[in-house]
Design a protein. Structure first.
Length: 225
């Protein structure tokens, strides 16, 4: 019995982590966050990275346990979350994609407010929807549904505990990717950084469009039925 419970716990950790990693995209988002925070002092930037990681963990933790009930309470469906959140992600990617070349080197004031009040933006838009967007929320809700289909309340709680550990590991990964993005850019050089930032911005724009379209596709499918 103990081995079965341990197996459930240990299986849930990599399951939740690997399910979340592609949609969190910590490596790609790290360059987006870095581009938005050009000019922010290093101690403040480090604090911001820590705050984003903590916010991500809390957000996904809440969604894991009560996300379905919150959406039901407000009458919000997953497709609507995908359309709204995907649109915001696409908009942020579009803005970064269309900045001048000087933007990525920090000489623009497009995100000037973030330089003085960076922590005010730690939750929105840096945690949600940029880091943990609607796709991530949908995956977390799926993980929650997966763990609640177990045979008993006891095994369900064990599975959810493993999922929480997976979310914690994902949040730690986010912190280290964001925290050390600056050092990666130093190795890449100015031109390499511009390319990575543009590519990340384009991918974020496409991801936002894909999430939005998936929401519309689901709604249209229900109308056809």
């Amino acid at each position: 019995m103990l081995l079965d419970h341990l197996n459930i716990f240990l299986t849930a950790i990599p399951f939740s982590y690997m399910a979340l990693f592609p949609v969190l995209n910590p490596l790609g988002c790290a360059f987006i966050i870095l581009a938005m925070c050009r000019g922010v002092p290093e101690p403040l930037y480090n604090q911001l990275c820590r705050r984003i990681a903590i916010n991500t963990f809390i957000l996904l933790f809440v969604i894991l346990f009560v996300g379905t009930y919150i959406l039901a309470f407000f009458g919000i469906t997953i497709p609507i979350v995908q359309i709204g959140g995907g649109s915001v992600v696409a908009y942020i990617g579009w803005r970064l994609l269309n900045q001048s070349s000087d933007t990525t080197s920090g000489s623009t004031d497009t995100f000037a407010n973030m330089k003085k009040n960076a922590l005010d933006f730690a939750f929105y838009p840096m945690t949600m929807p940029l880091t943990a967007g609607p796709g991530c929320m949908a995956v977390t809700l799926t993980i929650s549904a997966h763990e609640t289909t177990r045979q008993s309340l006891h095994t369900t709680l064990i599975g959810q505990a493993g999922a929480v550990m997976g979310i914690l590991l994902a949040s730690i990964t986010i912190y280290f990717c964001y925290r050390y993005a600056e050092k990666i850019t130093h190795r890449l050089g100015e031109n390499g950084t511009r390319v990575i930032v543009r590519l990340s911005a384009f991918l974020n724009f496409c991801i936002g469009l894909q999430i939005t379209w998936h929401g519309f596709e689901t709604l249209l499918g229900k109308l056809v039925q």
